[in-house]
Design a protein around this ligand. Structure first.
Ligand SMILES: Cc1cc2nc3c(=O)[nH]c(=O)nc-3n(C[C@H](O)[C@H](O)[C@H](O)COP(=O)(O)OP(=O)(O)OC[C@H]3O[C@@H](n4cnc5c(N)ncnc54)[C@H](O)[C@@H]3O)c2cc1C
Length: 444
């Protein structure tokens, strides 16, 4: 079987490796534009802040490592056309146009940072962050930079803004919505992080889109906000979201939804023998039961496994998503899963919510830290969302809540479940239990 995979990121490379696990004979070729494969874009902010020493450390495998598994990786190669009838991909590599036949094709073309339609985005000193080369360019420019603006206060924007602060750069984080992380957090929870970032010395400008970037001699010098305010800067990071790369998929008639390629739960597109994974595909929301977008490394890797199993004739299904996420800036961890109150209400789901402040360790144990937990239930008490902020132990609790929501547990059921305890790692009644007990009271 001849398999061609277009894209060598978190979707493409795990698809190749998983196929090899199930099929030692398959001819697998990966075509990717990038000069590296198998690295973690998620780690770029932590290299900038020097938590990780070098960009080399975040490259986990080279094309030669894949060669050992008999996977042929063509870097700096671009797939330019697909003939889905004849099953041929045309690509350019080393200055030549070439073709390759396939039996099964996987589109793992990822996405591109969204560039807002405004004046000045082409000035020197304006960056987007997607690849290691983007990270290296920012690192280099930052050496001579005093004032930076990061626009877009999602996870990437916040992580980059904090990295700049640690590099000694005066940084302003801007967001057109009236709160940070609007996709995953309610305003009251976002406020806790906003206060922390401000305490750490990051300027935050909310509720104002940037309308124009100004420059002199081709270099960025400032940003103009919707209300006419101007802020000086010598670097701008556009962290304003990711748009799926759909050109090739559309050219062969793959059905696309509002955001990305439509796939079934086995990662097959609407075109025979063409599959798709990662940031370029739509997922299915586990609570709303409707298409959504889940542009996360975790989602790409899980989709890759299902895609490989499907291609190799194994039974597999990619489950609907809850967009479980976690991040860490400075000492603060924050995570979320499921729907926010705002998003639930926009989708006409009536919610009952409670927010509690518990502790990460037993009250008497040294260095116990506050843990803020917000639980969102529907009107029957079924848990549909959770947001947690603390200096430690957030990720494991988000995972617990992911399981609870997946299993459609109610707050009443979760409040009777068993949780492990020892004074250095938890309270005797876990913060999650405290939160669901409190929300349960609202149903009495
Ligand atoms: C700074 C940053 C931090 C992040 N942090 C997290 C995190 O903490 N947790 C998390 O879960 N996720 C995180 N993500 C998201 C995660 O990295 C992405 O969801 C994931 O990398 C998507 O993988 P992908 O393979 O779909 O796309 P990509 O990694 O974008 O790979 C797609 C590849 O396809 C190539 N390609 C596209 N078209 C063609 C073509 N025609 N020919 C050849 N090659 C082509 C591209 O050049 C690219 O190399 C972060 C992302 C960034 C940028």
């Amino acid at each position: 079987m001849k398999i061609v995979i277009i894209g060598g990121g978190a979707g493409g490379m795990p698809t190749a490796s998983n196929i090899r696990k199930y099929d030692s004979e398959a001819e697998i070729t990966v075509i990717t534009r990038d000069n590296k494969v198998s690295y973690s874009p998620c780690a770029i902010p932590y290299v900038l802040s020097n938590k990780i020493t070098s960009f080399d450390d975040i490259v986990m495998k080279s094309p030669e490592d894949y060669k050992e598994k008999n996977i042929n990786v063509l870097t700096e190669a671009e797939a330019t056309a697909i003939d889905a009838e004849a099953k041929i991909v045309t690509y350019t590599h080393e200055g030549k146009e070439k073709t390759i036949e396939y039996d099964k094709l996987v589109l793992a073309t990822g996405g591109n940072p969204f560039i807002p339609p405004m004046k000045g985005v082409d000035l020197d000193g304006v960056f987007r962050i997607r690849t290691i080369d983007d990270g290296k360019a920012v690192e280099e420019w930052a050496k001579n930079c005093k004032n930076a603006i990061v626009t877009g206060a999602g996870l990437i924007g916040i992580e980059i803004a904090y990295a700049f602060k640690e590099m000694g750069i005066n940084v302003t984080l801007t967001e057109m919505m009236p709160q940070i992380v609007p996709r995953s957090l309610d305003p009251d929870m976002a406020k806790i992080i906003e206060k922390y970032l401000e305490k750490e010395g990051i300027n935050i400008a909310l509720g104002q889109p940037i309308t124009e970037l100004k420059g002199e001699n081709g270099k960025v010098t400032g940003a103009v906000f919707g209300d006419g305010t101007e802020v000086d800067c010598d670097m701008v990071i556009l962290a304003t979201g990711v748009r799926a790369e759909l050109g090739l998929a559309k050219s062969i008639g793959c059905e696309c939804g509002r955001w990305a390629i439509r796939v079934n739960d086995r990662m097959a597109t609407s075109v025979p023998d063409v599959f798709a994974v990662g940031d370029c595909v739509e997922s299915y929301d586990a609570i709303l039961r409707s298409p959504t977008i889940s542009q996360l490394g975790t989602t790409a890797i899980r989709q890759a496994k299902t895609c490989a199993q499907t291609i190799c004739g194994k039974r597999s299904r990619f489950n609907p998503v809850l967009n479980s996420m976690v991040s860490k800036v400075g000492n603060l961890e924050f995570g979320a899963v499921g729907l926010t109150t705002t998003f639930a209400q926009q989708n006409r789901i009536r919610t009952v919510t409670e927010k509690v402040e518990a502790l990460t360790r037993a009250r008497y144990y040294p260095n116990a830290k506050p843990m803020n937990v917000k639980v969102i239930c529907d009107i029957d008490g079924t848990i549909i969302g959770c947001q947690i902020i603390a200096e430690e132990r957030v990720a494991e609790r988000i995972d617990t809540m992911t399981l609870a929501i997946t299993e459609e547990l109610t707050c009443f059921e979760l409040s009777n479940m068993e949780f492990a305890y020892a004074p250095p790692v938890s309270m005797v009644t876990d913060p999650l239990v405290i939160a669901v007990e409190e929300v349960s009271k609202k149903f009495n």
